[in-house]
Design a protein around this ligand. Structure first.
Ligand code: NAD
Length: 248
């Protein structure tokens, strides 16, 4: 029996990167996949094809996760298309780095809205559905910098710390309804997001990692699979760092 046979997951911002790896990993375990991204372009279509080849139902939805109305509409559509939603992965995220003295209000607002408000939007829209089912697993994508902070990333670190507080609060609020909520805090993972960094900055990060390598999106996807599945049925309100030992 596959770990997520017959279940349905929503994964936000999953046309590429970590979200895509999570979608594929879940699909390998029999999970139907509804994924969102700002647009379903060639990346999104390629993702959908790869998932379809694994023999599960899949659909990509163009939606801005930071937008409250958009999110409520997309959840309605997904529930109509899939009938139920067992797993939510709040993965959509961006960076707009800069030192506090030079950070614009727009840089702050954008990162908080895309990284944190998006999770509120999805949890808010999906809670009634999961409550009716009396089951659900919510996974918030945080970051090690949400636990430890990082110079030049006050906006991003604050949004990722917020993802932890949100997961812990939802775990307390909805545990009695059979809904679990946890956070994943990846360290340095090789994706388009970290490709923006210079070779020097990347080398500096890698020196701080006891396992001496960047993580892969699959490293994160395996932890997400654990938290999504019944293997973690007595675990809620927790944060799992996936960082090669960097911050422990
Ligand atoms: N790569 C890392 O080292 C790392 C480390 C810690 C945490 N994370 C987190 O993991 C998540 C995925 O990161 P990644 O490295 O795969 O990034 P990525 O940039 O490769 O992918 C992010 C995806 O989110 C989508 N997205 C952006 N804004 C959106 C919006 N408003 N609505 C819907 N989708 C939107 C993008 O189009 C993209 O497909 C993010 O939340 C990121 O903060 C990444």
């Amino acid at each position: 029996m596959k770990l997520l046979e017959g279940k349905t997951a929503i994964i936000t911002g999953a046309a590429r990167g970590i979200g895509k790896s999570i979608a594929i990993r879940f699909a390998q375990e029999g999970c139907n996949i509804a994924f969102t991204d700002l647009a379903i372009d060639e990346n999104g279509e390629a993702t959908a094809k790869e998932i379809e080849a694994l023999g599960v139902k899949v659909k990509g939805y163009a939606s801005n996760a930071a937008n409250f109305e958009d999110t409520h509409k997309v959840i309605e559509e997904i529930v109509k298309d899939f009938g139920r939603v067992d797993i939510l992965v709040n993965n959509a995220g961006i960076t707009r780095d800069g030192l506090m003295m030079r950070m614009s209000e727009q840089q702050w607002d954008m990162v908080i809205n895309v990284n944190l408000k998006s999770a509120f939007n999805f949890i808010h829209a999906l809670t009634p559905v999961m409550m009716k089912q009396k089951a659900g697993s919510i996974i918030n994508m945080s970051s090690v910098v949400g636990v430890h902070g990082n110079a030049g990333q006050a906006n991003y670190s604050a949004s990722k710390a917020g993802m932890i507080g949100l997961a812990k609060s939802i775990a307390k609020e909805l545990g009695s309804r059979g809904i679990r909520a946890n956070a994943i805090a990846p360290g340095f993972i090789a994706t388009d997001m970290t490709h923006q960094l210079s070779d020097e900055v990347r080398a500096e990060w890698e020196k701080q990692i006891p396992l001496r390598r960047a993580g892969t999106p699959d490293d994160v996807a395996n932890a997400a699979l654990f938290l999504a599945s019944d293997l973690s049925s007595y675990i809620t309100g927790q944060v799992i760092q996936i960082d090669g030992g960097m911050n422990t």
